[in-house]
Ligand binder design. Sequence first.
Ligand code: GLP
Length: 254
Amino acid sequence: MKLLILPDAAAAAARVVDEIRDLVDEKPDARLGLATGGTMEPVYQGLVASDADLSRVTTFNLDEYVGLSPQHPQSYRSFMEARLFGPKRMSRKQTHLPQGDAPDPEAEADRYEAQIADGGLDLQLLGIGANGHIGFNEPTSSLGSRTRVKTLTRRTRDDNARFFDDPDEVPRFAITMGIATILDARHVVLLATGSAKAEAVAAMVEGPLSAVCPASALQLHRRATIVVDEAAASSLALRDYYETVHPGGAEPEL
Ligand code: GLP
C-alpha cells in the first residue's frame, strides 16, 4: 500500500483529483470506477473546476440503493449527475451505475459485474465506511465477492440517514461491486478524511487481513494508494514511517 498523509481534507481531495487527471491525460478513454459519499464531494468539485477532459472516459459506480429509481433524489445516480456527470456533460452512455429499481436486483448485479469485467477498470476510487466497508461490502463480506445485493448494517443506514429527509427512508439493501470486483481494478485509490474514519483506516492498513474489515482486503492489491488527511491518520501506529516514506504525500527520492 502507498500511504499518503496530507495536511487537511482539501489537500487530500486535491491529491486524488491529480491521480484521476494524470490517468485521463495519459489514457483519455480510461475506464473509471467511481464512489459516492460526502468524502467524494470535494473530489468531484475539483474535477469539475479542472480542465480534465472526461469526454471519452467510461465510468462505473461502486453501488446503488435497491428500490430507488435513477431519478430518485437520493439515488447515487442523482448524486453523480448533480456533482460530476451534469457539470462535465457526461452522457448516460458513458456513465454506469447498477439500476436500483431493476425488477430482478440479483440479475441486475450479474449484468453489471459482466459489464465491468468486459474491459476492467483502470482506476477504482473508494471511500471507506466508519465500519471499514468499501462500496457497500459490509463487515464479514466475502473477500472473494462479486457484484451482488447486500443488506446494509444499522450503522451504515444511520451514517447515511443525513442524506434523507426521514431516516426510515434509507433503503435496507444495495447492489454493490464485490470485494474481488474492486481488487480486479488496475489501480485502487482510497480517500479517507476526518477523525470519524481514523479507526477504520488503522484497521484497513495495519489490522489483520479480515472480512470483519472489508477494506483490509486492499492489503492484497499490488497497487493501492491510500490518501488520508491528518485526522484520518491519527490512529495509525506506523504514521511516522509513512510520513518518512512520502513526506507531505510526495514521492520518495531514491
Ligand atoms: C457509503 C458508500 C461508500 C462510502 C461510504 C462513506 O456507504 N457506499 O462508498 O465510502 O458511504 O461515505 P462518506 O464519505 O459520506 O463518509
